[in-house]
Design a protein around this ligand. Structure first.
Ligand code: KIV
Length: 309
């Protein structure tokens, strides 16, 4: 009865169609139940990050299942060297904006460093902020067996929880940098065990970061809940990427697991250079960018100016 225990908090969620489908101009709401049904039907789940309203709108239009307002915002949007400086007060306004732009996606708020590690009470309060202020469907937190009590406390407060295992960026000081995890048998067993414990504690999903595909496969096959990979190979239930990585908008470094689907950063620089050259050459603004004054009004204006000279 591993699965039934896992879904305890989510049992009030109604069953809906497996695929989020377009209805008029709106998407059907993606729920935790939708995602479980996709796993069961072996339909890959898509997950991207977003940090603002326009990107959320683009992702919603493209039909992305899950949007994470990740603490990666610290690096992608604020230029910090790590995710550690991100706070609740920084991330909540971004979460509100993303929810506004993407009303249908399953929205996850990423609990920042030290927003859940100090005490279960603080963890519950901060998880509640993501739900009440940010309009989230769940919160995500990093860590394995050491987080079980915190996960259970948040679930008791009726907030669905997503686990995050493998490379956990908030622990880079302990992990010795951004390194793949679970690459030896003992470490892999520990990860597999952690995934089981988190599921049993009631998590509705797990994000698995930077682990060998074999480990991703074992965890996915054993779990009743969706296992989404970011650098965890092809055998997981869905794939996640940081949107700035896949669009070519983050230049500091590119992890091995990233596929670039566009070079938006390069296009932005080119567009800005084109604008500067246009302005320098007098090519902008052209007549089509100017507001027209009716000829009769222009004559009147000239007369008026003559009188006031
Ligand atoms: O903060 C983030 O963007 C993450 C990624 C691993 C998806 O947690």
């Amino acid at each position: 009865m591993k699965g039934a225990r896992s879904f305890g908090v989510l049992c009030f969620i109604p069953r809906i169609e497996i695929n989020p489908t377009r209805k008029g101009n709106t998407m059907k709401k993606v729920t935790a139940q939708t995602l479980i049904e996709k796993k069961r039907a072996k339909q890959p789940i898509t997950w991207l990050t977003a940090y603002d309203y326009p990107m959320a709108q683009f992702e919603e239009k493209a039909g992305i299942d899950i949007i994470l307002v990740g603490d990666s915002i610290g690096m992608t949007t604020y230029g910090f060297d790590s995710t550690l400086p991100v706070t609740m007060d920084l991330i909540i306004p971004h979460t509100k904006a993303v929810r506004k732009g993407a009303p249908s996606a399953f929205l996850i708020g990423d609990m920042p460093y030290m927003s859940y590690q100090v005490s279960a009470q603080e963890a519950v309060r901060n998880a509640g902020r993501f739900m009440a202020e940010g309009g989230c469907d769940a919160v995500k937190l990093e860590g394995g067996r050491e987080m079980l009590d915190t996960i259970k406390a948040i679930l008791r407060a009726t907030v669905p929880v997503v686990g995050h295992l493998g490379l956990t960026p908030q622990s880079i000081a302990m992990l010795g940098g951004f390194k793949a995890q679970g690459r030896d048998a003992a470490a892999a067993v520990r990860l597999i065990e952690d995934a089981r414990l988190i599921e049993e504690a009631g998590a509705c999903m797990i994000l698995l970061e930077a682990v060998p595909p074999e480990v991703g496969k074992i965890i996915t096959e054993r779990a009743q809940i969706p296992i989404i990979g970011i650098g965890a190979g092809p055998h997981v239930d869905g794939q996640c990427l940081i949107v700035h990585d896949m669009l070519g908008m983050f230049e500091a470094f590119t992890p091995k697991f990233v596929k670039k689907y566009a070079s938006i950063g390069e296009q932005i620089v080119k567009a800005i250079k084109d604008f500067s050259q246009d302005v320098a050459r007098g090519g902008f603004p052209a007549p089509e960018h100017c507001y027209k004054m009716p000829d009769s009004e222009l004559l009147k204006l000239q007369d008026l100016l003559k009188q006031t000279r």
